[in-house]
Design a binder for this molecule. Structure first.
Ligand SMILES: Cc1cc2nc3c(=O)[nH]c(=O)nc-3n(C[C@H](O)[C@H](O)[C@H](O)COP(=O)(O)OP(=O)(O)OC[C@H]3O[C@@H](n4cnc5c(N)ncnc54)[C@H](O)[C@@H]3O)c2cc1C
Length: 404
Protein backbone atom coordinates (compact mmCIF):
# COMPACT_ATOMS: atom_id res chain seq x y z
CA UNK A 1 0.00 0.00 0.00
CA UNK A 2 1.06 3.58 -0.68
CA UNK A 3 2.87 2.91 -3.94
CA UNK A 4 1.00 5.74 -5.73
CA UNK A 5 2.38 8.49 -3.49
CA UNK A 6 4.53 11.20 -4.98
CA UNK A 7 8.22 10.49 -4.51
CA UNK A 8 7.85 6.74 -5.20
CA UNK A 9 9.49 5.61 -8.45
CA UNK A 10 10.16 2.59 -10.57
CA UNK A 11 12.74 2.90 -13.29
CA UNK A 12 12.54 1.47 -16.73
CA UNK A 13 12.72 4.37 -19.15
CA UNK A 14 14.64 7.60 -19.62
CA UNK A 15 11.48 9.48 -18.60
CA UNK A 16 11.48 7.61 -15.26
CA UNK A 17 15.07 8.71 -14.71
CA UNK A 18 14.25 12.33 -15.55
CA UNK A 19 11.44 12.33 -12.99
CA UNK A 20 13.75 10.79 -10.38
CA UNK A 21 16.50 13.33 -11.03
CA UNK A 22 14.01 16.16 -10.66
CA UNK A 23 12.60 14.81 -7.38
CA UNK A 24 16.08 14.07 -5.97
CA UNK A 25 16.88 17.81 -5.97
CA UNK A 26 14.63 18.34 -2.96
CA UNK A 27 15.02 14.91 -1.32
CA UNK A 28 17.36 14.30 1.61
CA UNK A 29 16.61 10.73 2.73
CA UNK A 30 16.20 8.01 0.16
CA UNK A 31 15.60 4.28 0.01
CA UNK A 32 15.57 1.56 -2.61
CA UNK A 33 13.47 -1.57 -2.27
CA UNK A 34 15.45 -4.42 -3.82
CA UNK A 35 19.11 -5.31 -3.37
CA UNK A 36 19.49 -6.81 -6.85
CA UNK A 37 21.62 -5.44 -9.67
CA UNK A 38 19.35 -2.59 -10.65
CA UNK A 39 18.46 -1.69 -7.07
CA UNK A 40 22.11 -1.32 -6.12
CA UNK A 41 22.79 0.82 -9.18
CA UNK A 42 19.78 2.99 -8.31
CA UNK A 43 21.04 3.44 -4.74
CA UNK A 44 24.45 4.57 -5.98
CA UNK A 45 22.75 6.96 -8.41
CA UNK A 46 20.80 8.47 -5.50
CA UNK A 47 24.02 9.07 -3.59
CA UNK A 48 25.49 10.68 -6.72
CA UNK A 49 22.39 12.89 -6.92
CA UNK A 50 23.22 14.23 -3.47
CA UNK A 51 21.04 12.03 -1.24
CA UNK A 52 23.87 10.92 1.02
CA UNK A 53 21.45 9.17 3.38
CA UNK A 54 20.37 6.30 1.11
CA UNK A 55 19.24 2.91 2.40
CA UNK A 56 18.76 -0.39 0.62
CA UNK A 57 15.90 -2.61 1.74
CA UNK A 58 16.36 -6.27 0.78
CA UNK A 59 13.81 -8.97 1.52
CA UNK A 60 16.35 -11.84 1.32
CA UNK A 61 18.94 -12.43 4.07
CA UNK A 62 21.75 -11.19 1.78
CA UNK A 63 22.46 -9.27 -1.42
CA UNK A 64 22.05 -10.92 -4.83
CA UNK A 65 21.25 -14.37 -3.42
CA UNK A 66 20.41 -15.79 -6.85
CA UNK A 67 23.72 -14.82 -8.44
CA UNK A 68 26.42 -15.08 -5.77
CA UNK A 69 27.20 -17.07 -2.61
CA UNK A 70 27.22 -15.72 0.94
CA UNK A 71 30.98 -14.99 1.07
CA UNK A 72 30.64 -12.93 -2.10
CA UNK A 73 27.53 -11.16 -0.74
CA UNK A 74 29.42 -10.23 2.43
CA UNK A 75 32.30 -8.75 0.45
CA UNK A 76 29.96 -6.84 -1.85
CA UNK A 77 27.98 -5.51 1.10
CA UNK A 78 31.10 -4.20 2.81
CA UNK A 79 32.19 -2.49 -0.43
CA UNK A 80 28.79 -0.84 -0.77
CA UNK A 81 28.84 0.28 2.86
CA UNK A 82 32.20 1.93 2.22
CA UNK A 83 30.42 3.99 -0.45
CA UNK A 84 28.04 5.29 2.21
CA UNK A 85 25.03 3.05 1.58
CA UNK A 86 23.13 1.57 4.51
CA UNK A 87 21.93 -1.96 3.80
CA UNK A 88 19.05 -3.73 5.55
CA UNK A 89 18.61 -7.41 4.71
CA UNK A 90 15.75 -9.75 5.77
CA UNK A 91 13.53 -6.67 5.76
CA UNK A 92 9.98 -6.83 4.46
CA UNK A 93 8.14 -3.61 3.62
CA UNK A 94 4.54 -3.38 4.91
CA UNK A 95 3.46 0.07 3.82
CA UNK A 96 4.57 3.31 2.23
CA UNK A 97 3.27 6.14 4.39
CA UNK A 98 2.61 9.86 3.88
CA UNK A 99 -0.26 12.07 2.72
CA UNK A 100 0.14 13.16 -0.88
CA UNK A 101 3.92 12.61 -0.86
CA UNK A 102 5.92 9.78 0.70
CA UNK A 103 7.16 10.49 4.23
CA UNK A 104 8.28 7.04 5.32
CA UNK A 105 7.91 3.28 5.28
CA UNK A 106 6.86 0.67 7.79
CA UNK A 107 8.16 -2.90 7.95
CA UNK A 108 6.84 -6.28 9.04
CA UNK A 109 9.23 -6.30 12.02
CA UNK A 110 7.29 -3.27 13.39
CA UNK A 111 10.10 -0.84 12.59
CA UNK A 112 9.75 2.25 10.43
CA UNK A 113 11.92 4.66 8.50
CA UNK A 114 11.48 8.30 7.51
CA UNK A 115 12.28 8.97 3.86
CA UNK A 116 11.24 11.41 1.16
CA UNK A 117 12.18 9.42 -1.95
CA UNK A 118 11.77 5.72 -2.74
CA UNK A 119 12.82 3.69 -5.77
CA UNK A 120 11.28 0.26 -6.19
CA UNK A 121 13.43 -2.25 -8.04
CA UNK A 122 12.06 -5.58 -6.97
CA UNK A 123 11.99 -7.77 -10.04
CA UNK A 124 10.45 -7.97 -13.48
CA UNK A 125 6.74 -7.61 -14.06
CA UNK A 126 6.00 -9.03 -17.50
CA UNK A 127 3.64 -6.87 -19.57
CA UNK A 128 1.14 -9.62 -20.29
CA UNK A 129 -2.07 -7.57 -20.08
CA UNK A 130 -2.78 -7.87 -23.81
CA UNK A 131 -2.13 -11.62 -23.72
CA UNK A 132 -4.45 -12.08 -20.74
CA UNK A 133 -7.18 -10.02 -22.39
CA UNK A 134 -6.80 -12.21 -25.50
CA UNK A 135 -7.19 -15.42 -23.53
CA UNK A 136 -3.61 -16.69 -23.91
CA UNK A 137 -2.19 -18.86 -21.12
CA UNK A 138 -0.14 -16.88 -18.62
CA UNK A 139 1.82 -17.97 -15.55
CA UNK A 140 0.50 -17.63 -12.00
CA UNK A 141 3.02 -14.84 -11.37
CA UNK A 142 2.72 -13.34 -14.85
CA UNK A 143 4.37 -13.96 -18.21
CA UNK A 144 2.98 -15.45 -21.42
CA UNK A 145 3.51 -19.20 -21.46
CA UNK A 146 5.58 -20.30 -24.50
CA UNK A 147 6.95 -23.61 -25.75
CA UNK A 148 10.34 -24.45 -27.34
CA UNK A 149 9.30 -22.68 -30.52
CA UNK A 150 8.16 -19.62 -28.55
CA UNK A 151 4.57 -20.35 -29.49
CA UNK A 152 1.92 -19.25 -27.02
CA UNK A 153 -1.18 -21.31 -26.26
CA UNK A 154 -2.45 -20.01 -29.62
CA UNK A 155 -0.01 -21.57 -32.13
CA UNK A 156 -0.33 -18.55 -34.43
CA UNK A 157 0.95 -16.19 -31.76
CA UNK A 158 4.55 -16.05 -30.53
CA UNK A 159 5.96 -14.27 -27.49
CA UNK A 160 9.61 -13.36 -26.96
CA UNK A 161 11.66 -11.27 -24.55
CA UNK A 162 10.72 -10.26 -21.05
CA UNK A 163 7.00 -10.93 -21.50
CA UNK A 164 7.59 -14.63 -22.34
CA UNK A 165 7.48 -17.32 -19.66
CA UNK A 166 9.61 -20.24 -20.82
CA UNK A 167 9.88 -23.29 -18.62
CA UNK A 168 8.72 -21.28 -15.61
CA UNK A 169 11.34 -18.62 -16.18
CA UNK A 170 11.29 -14.98 -17.29
CA UNK A 171 14.63 -13.99 -18.80
CA UNK A 172 15.47 -10.45 -17.72
CA UNK A 173 18.42 -9.89 -20.06
CA UNK A 174 18.87 -8.78 -23.64
CA UNK A 175 20.79 -11.79 -24.99
CA UNK A 176 18.10 -14.45 -24.33
CA UNK A 177 15.59 -12.12 -26.03
CA UNK A 178 17.81 -11.99 -29.13
CA UNK A 179 18.11 -15.78 -29.10
CA UNK A 180 14.32 -16.13 -28.85
CA UNK A 181 13.87 -13.72 -31.77
CA UNK A 182 16.35 -15.75 -33.78
CA UNK A 183 14.44 -19.00 -33.17
CA UNK A 184 11.13 -17.43 -34.22
CA UNK A 185 12.63 -15.88 -37.37
CA UNK A 186 14.33 -19.11 -38.41
CA UNK A 187 11.09 -21.06 -37.98
CA UNK A 188 9.00 -18.49 -39.82
CA UNK A 189 11.49 -18.43 -42.69
CA UNK A 190 11.53 -22.24 -42.83
CA UNK A 191 7.73 -22.17 -43.07
CA UNK A 192 7.87 -19.70 -45.98
CA UNK A 193 10.05 -22.01 -48.05
CA UNK A 194 8.03 -25.11 -47.22
CA UNK A 195 10.49 -26.64 -44.75
CA UNK A 196 9.64 -28.09 -41.35
CA UNK A 197 10.55 -25.57 -38.63
CA UNK A 198 13.19 -27.19 -36.43
CA UNK A 199 14.77 -24.32 -34.48
CA UNK A 200 14.12 -24.55 -30.75
CA UNK A 201 14.81 -22.37 -27.75
CA UNK A 202 16.25 -24.58 -25.03
CA UNK A 203 16.87 -22.04 -22.30
CA UNK A 204 19.73 -19.64 -21.94
CA UNK A 205 22.90 -19.55 -19.92
CA UNK A 206 22.44 -16.71 -17.44
CA UNK A 207 26.15 -16.24 -16.80
CA UNK A 208 26.80 -12.52 -16.41
CA UNK A 209 29.60 -10.11 -15.81
CA UNK A 210 28.94 -6.53 -14.93
CA UNK A 211 30.38 -3.57 -13.18
CA UNK A 212 28.22 -2.90 -10.19
CA UNK A 213 28.92 0.53 -8.79
CA UNK A 214 32.49 0.23 -9.99
CA UNK A 215 32.89 -3.30 -8.60
CA UNK A 216 33.29 -6.24 -10.99
CA UNK A 217 30.64 -8.87 -10.25
CA UNK A 218 30.40 -12.03 -12.32
CA UNK A 219 28.96 -15.50 -12.07
CA UNK A 220 28.97 -18.29 -14.63
CA UNK A 221 27.83 -21.88 -15.10
CA UNK A 222 26.54 -23.23 -11.79
CA UNK A 223 27.93 -20.74 -9.27
CA UNK A 224 26.63 -22.74 -6.30
CA UNK A 225 27.52 -26.27 -7.48
CA UNK A 226 28.16 -28.45 -4.44
CA UNK A 227 28.05 -32.12 -3.54
CA UNK A 228 30.22 -35.19 -3.18
CA UNK A 229 31.43 -35.16 -6.79
CA UNK A 230 32.22 -31.48 -6.78
CA UNK A 231 35.16 -29.57 -5.34
CA UNK A 232 35.39 -25.82 -4.88
CA UNK A 233 38.47 -23.62 -4.89
CA UNK A 234 37.99 -20.17 -3.37
CA UNK A 235 40.32 -17.22 -3.01
CA UNK A 236 39.44 -14.22 -0.84
CA UNK A 237 41.43 -11.03 -0.39
CA UNK A 238 39.51 -8.73 1.94
CA UNK A 239 42.27 -6.10 1.69
CA UNK A 240 41.74 -5.64 -2.03
CA UNK A 241 38.09 -6.67 -2.00
CA UNK A 242 38.55 -9.66 -4.28
CA UNK A 243 36.72 -12.97 -4.09
CA UNK A 244 36.99 -15.78 -6.62
CA UNK A 245 35.43 -19.20 -6.50
CA UNK A 246 35.42 -22.02 -9.01
CA UNK A 247 33.51 -25.28 -8.78
CA UNK A 248 35.19 -28.22 -10.46
CA UNK A 249 34.56 -31.93 -10.95
CA UNK A 250 36.22 -34.10 -8.30
CA UNK A 251 38.84 -35.32 -10.83
CA UNK A 252 39.84 -31.65 -11.25
CA UNK A 253 39.24 -31.71 -15.01
CA UNK A 254 35.96 -29.91 -15.66
CA UNK A 255 34.98 -26.40 -14.67
CA UNK A 256 31.32 -26.37 -13.57
CA UNK A 257 30.83 -22.74 -12.59
CA UNK A 258 32.06 -19.95 -10.39
CA UNK A 259 31.86 -16.45 -8.96
CA UNK A 260 34.20 -13.48 -9.36
CA UNK A 261 33.97 -10.29 -7.26
CA UNK A 262 36.33 -7.33 -7.46
CA UNK A 263 38.33 -8.71 -10.39
CA UNK A 264 36.53 -10.41 -13.25
CA UNK A 265 39.27 -10.18 -15.88
CA UNK A 266 39.23 -13.96 -16.32
CA UNK A 267 35.45 -14.17 -16.76
CA UNK A 268 35.25 -14.75 -20.51
CA UNK A 269 37.95 -17.39 -20.54
CA UNK A 270 36.39 -19.20 -17.58
CA UNK A 271 32.96 -19.04 -19.17
CA UNK A 272 34.24 -20.57 -22.41
CA UNK A 273 36.24 -23.20 -20.52
CA UNK A 274 33.07 -24.13 -18.64
CA UNK A 275 30.72 -24.08 -21.65
CA UNK A 276 33.03 -26.04 -23.94
CA UNK A 277 34.09 -28.61 -21.35
CA UNK A 278 37.74 -27.72 -21.92
CA UNK A 279 40.01 -29.77 -19.67
CA UNK A 280 41.48 -27.69 -16.85
CA UNK A 281 45.26 -27.44 -16.31
CA UNK A 282 46.83 -29.89 -13.81
CA UNK A 283 46.70 -27.15 -11.14
CA UNK A 284 43.16 -25.86 -11.68
CA UNK A 285 43.63 -23.01 -9.20
CA UNK A 286 45.81 -21.36 -11.85
CA UNK A 287 42.71 -20.37 -13.81
CA UNK A 288 41.83 -17.88 -11.08
CA UNK A 289 45.21 -17.21 -9.49
CA UNK A 290 47.29 -17.06 -12.69
CA UNK A 291 49.95 -19.52 -13.76
CA UNK A 292 53.29 -19.51 -12.02
CA UNK A 293 55.53 -18.45 -14.88
CA UNK A 294 55.01 -18.89 -18.60
CA UNK A 295 52.47 -17.30 -20.89
CA UNK A 296 49.34 -15.78 -19.41
CA UNK A 297 46.73 -18.49 -19.25
CA UNK A 298 44.24 -16.30 -21.11
CA UNK A 299 46.44 -15.77 -24.13
CA UNK A 300 47.33 -19.45 -24.16
CA UNK A 301 43.71 -20.36 -23.56
CA UNK A 302 42.04 -18.75 -26.57
CA UNK A 303 43.97 -21.05 -28.87
CA UNK A 304 42.44 -24.04 -27.12
CA UNK A 305 38.84 -22.94 -27.64
CA UNK A 306 36.80 -24.72 -30.31
CA UNK A 307 35.88 -22.71 -33.42
CA UNK A 308 32.23 -22.53 -32.41
CA UNK A 309 32.98 -21.13 -28.92
CA UNK A 310 30.72 -18.11 -28.46
CA UNK A 311 33.01 -15.18 -27.70
CA UNK A 312 30.48 -12.33 -27.88
CA UNK A 313 27.19 -13.54 -26.47
CA UNK A 314 25.47 -10.16 -26.98
CA UNK A 315 25.96 -10.37 -30.75
CA UNK A 316 26.40 -14.15 -31.09
CA UNK A 317 29.90 -14.01 -32.60
CA UNK A 318 32.01 -17.16 -32.46
CA UNK A 319 35.75 -17.62 -32.26
CA UNK A 320 35.76 -18.67 -35.93
CA UNK A 321 33.90 -15.47 -36.88
CA UNK A 322 36.54 -13.30 -35.23
CA UNK A 323 39.52 -15.29 -36.52
CA UNK A 324 38.12 -15.15 -40.07
CA UNK A 325 37.68 -11.38 -39.80
CA UNK A 326 41.37 -11.14 -38.85
CA UNK A 327 42.78 -13.61 -41.34
CA UNK A 328 40.55 -12.98 -44.35
CA UNK A 329 39.25 -9.44 -43.93
CA UNK A 330 42.51 -8.07 -42.50
CA UNK A 331 40.87 -6.72 -39.35
CA UNK A 332 43.91 -6.22 -37.16
CA UNK A 333 42.51 -3.96 -34.45
CA UNK A 334 39.62 -4.34 -32.04
CA UNK A 335 37.82 -1.48 -33.80
CA UNK A 336 38.14 -3.19 -37.16
CA UNK A 337 36.82 -6.48 -35.74
CA UNK A 338 33.95 -4.61 -34.09
CA UNK A 339 32.97 -2.99 -37.39
CA UNK A 340 33.24 -6.23 -39.31
CA UNK A 341 31.59 -8.68 -36.89
CA UNK A 342 29.84 -6.51 -34.25
CA UNK A 343 31.70 -8.52 -31.56
CA UNK A 344 32.34 -6.34 -28.51
CA UNK A 345 29.73 -3.73 -29.44
CA UNK A 346 27.22 -4.83 -26.77
CA UNK A 347 28.32 -4.99 -23.14
CA UNK A 348 32.00 -5.00 -24.18
CA UNK A 349 32.88 -7.84 -21.80
CA UNK A 350 34.44 -9.92 -24.57
CA UNK A 351 36.88 -7.23 -25.77
CA UNK A 352 39.90 -8.72 -23.91
CA UNK A 353 39.27 -12.07 -25.60
CA UNK A 354 38.79 -10.40 -28.98
CA UNK A 355 42.21 -8.77 -28.47
CA UNK A 356 43.76 -12.13 -27.59
CA UNK A 357 42.19 -13.73 -30.65
CA UNK A 358 43.54 -10.98 -32.92
CA UNK A 359 47.03 -11.51 -31.46
CA UNK A 360 46.73 -15.29 -31.70
CA UNK A 361 45.49 -15.24 -35.32
CA UNK A 362 48.06 -12.70 -36.50
CA UNK A 363 50.87 -14.62 -34.82
CA UNK A 364 49.74 -17.86 -36.41
CA UNK A 365 49.81 -16.11 -39.81
CA UNK A 366 53.39 -15.09 -39.09
CA UNK A 367 52.45 -11.40 -39.08
CA UNK A 368 54.55 -8.78 -37.32
CA UNK A 369 52.83 -7.58 -34.15
CA UNK A 370 53.67 -4.21 -32.72
CA UNK A 371 53.15 -4.20 -28.99
CA UNK A 372 51.48 -0.79 -28.77
CA UNK A 373 50.06 0.44 -25.49
CA UNK A 374 46.52 1.14 -26.71
CA UNK A 375 44.62 2.54 -29.66
CA UNK A 376 45.54 6.12 -28.68
CA UNK A 377 49.31 5.73 -29.00
CA UNK A 378 51.25 3.92 -31.65
CA UNK A 379 54.07 3.18 -29.18
CA UNK A 380 54.96 0.54 -26.64
CA UNK A 381 54.89 1.38 -22.93
CA UNK A 382 58.69 1.84 -22.86
CA UNK A 383 58.71 4.04 -25.98
CA UNK A 384 55.98 6.23 -24.57
CA UNK A 385 57.77 6.48 -21.23
CA UNK A 386 60.92 7.69 -23.02
CA UNK A 387 58.96 10.29 -25.01
CA UNK A 388 57.25 11.65 -21.92
CA UNK A 389 60.68 12.07 -20.33
CA UNK A 390 62.39 13.59 -23.36
CA UNK A 391 59.60 16.08 -24.10
CA UNK A 392 58.97 16.73 -20.38
CA UNK A 393 55.24 16.16 -20.84
CA UNK A 394 53.25 16.76 -17.68
CA UNK A 395 49.66 15.75 -18.39
CA UNK A 396 47.67 13.19 -20.35
CA UNK A 397 46.39 15.93 -22.69
CA UNK A 398 49.95 17.08 -23.43
CA UNK A 399 50.99 13.50 -24.21
CA UNK A 400 47.97 13.04 -26.45
CA UNK A 401 48.62 16.33 -28.31
CA UNK A 402 52.29 15.63 -28.82
CA UNK A 403 52.45 11.93 -29.64
CA UNK A 404 48.90 10.55 -29.60
C1 LIG B 1 17.44 0.03 -15.83
C2 LIG B 1 17.62 -1.26 -16.59
C3 LIG B 1 18.92 -1.70 -16.90
C4 LIG B 1 19.11 -2.89 -17.60
N1 LIG B 1 20.39 -3.29 -17.91
C5 LIG B 1 20.58 -4.42 -18.63
C6 LIG B 1 21.90 -4.83 -18.99
O1 LIG B 1 22.90 -4.18 -18.66
N2 LIG B 1 22.05 -5.97 -19.73
C7 LIG B 1 20.97 -6.72 -20.12
O2 LIG B 1 21.15 -7.73 -20.81
N3 LIG B 1 19.70 -6.35 -19.78
C8 LIG B 1 19.48 -5.23 -19.04
N4 LIG B 1 18.20 -4.86 -18.70
C9 LIG B 1 17.09 -5.73 -19.10
C10 LIG B 1 16.72 -5.46 -20.56
O3 LIG B 1 16.50 -4.08 -20.75
C11 LIG B 1 15.46 -6.24 -20.90
O4 LIG B 1 15.68 -7.61 -20.63
C12 LIG B 1 15.09 -6.10 -22.37
O5 LIG B 1 14.91 -4.74 -22.70
C13 LIG B 1 13.80 -6.87 -22.67
O6 LIG B 1 13.46 -6.66 -24.02
P1 LIG B 1 11.95 -6.72 -24.48
O7 LIG B 1 11.96 -6.35 -25.91
O8 LIG B 1 11.36 -8.02 -24.08
O9 LIG B 1 11.18 -5.62 -23.60
P2 LIG B 1 11.34 -4.04 -23.59
O10 LIG B 1 12.73 -3.63 -23.95
O11 LIG B 1 10.76 -3.61 -22.30
O12 LIG B 1 10.41 -3.58 -24.78
C14 LIG B 1 9.01 -3.80 -24.76
C15 LIG B 1 8.34 -2.62 -25.44
O13 LIG B 1 6.97 -2.92 -25.66
C16 LIG B 1 6.18 -1.81 -25.30
N5 LIG B 1 4.84 -2.30 -24.97
C17 LIG B 1 4.41 -2.90 -23.84
N6 LIG B 1 3.11 -3.21 -23.93
C18 LIG B 1 2.71 -2.83 -25.14
C19 LIG B 1 1.46 -2.88 -25.84
N7 LIG B 1 0.38 -3.40 -25.28
N8 LIG B 1 1.42 -2.39 -27.08
C20 LIG B 1 2.53 -1.85 -27.66
N9 LIG B 1 3.72 -1.78 -27.06
C21 LIG B 1 3.81 -2.25 -25.81
C22 LIG B 1 6.92 -1.19 -24.13
O14 LIG B 1 6.57 0.16 -23.95
C23 LIG B 1 8.38 -1.36 -24.59
O15 LIG B 1 8.81 -0.29 -25.39
C24 LIG B 1 17.99 -3.67 -17.99
C25 LIG B 1 16.69 -3.24 -17.66
C26 LIG B 1 16.51 -2.05 -16.96
C27 LIG B 1 15.11 -1.62 -16.61
Amino acid sequence: PGIDKKGVFIYRTIEDLELMTEWARKATRGAVIGGGLLGLEAAKAMIDLGISNTQIIEFAPRLMPRQIDSAASRLLQSKLEQLGLTIHTSKNTSEIIGDDCISGMTFSDSTSMEIDMLVISAGIKPRDELAKASGLDTGARGGIVVNDQLKTSDPDIFAIGECALYNGMIYGLVAPGYEMADVVVRNLMAGFVGQVPTAAFTGFDMSTKLKLIGVDVASFGDPFAAGEDIKSIAFEDTMKGIYKRINISSDGKQLLGGILIGDAAQYNMLLQTCKNNIVLPPNPEEVILGSRGGESETAAGVAGLPDDALICSCESVTKAGICTAVSEDNCETVDAVKKCTKAGTGCGGCVPMVKDLITHTMKSQGKYLRNVLCEHFNYSRQELFDMVKIHALKSYDEVLDKVG
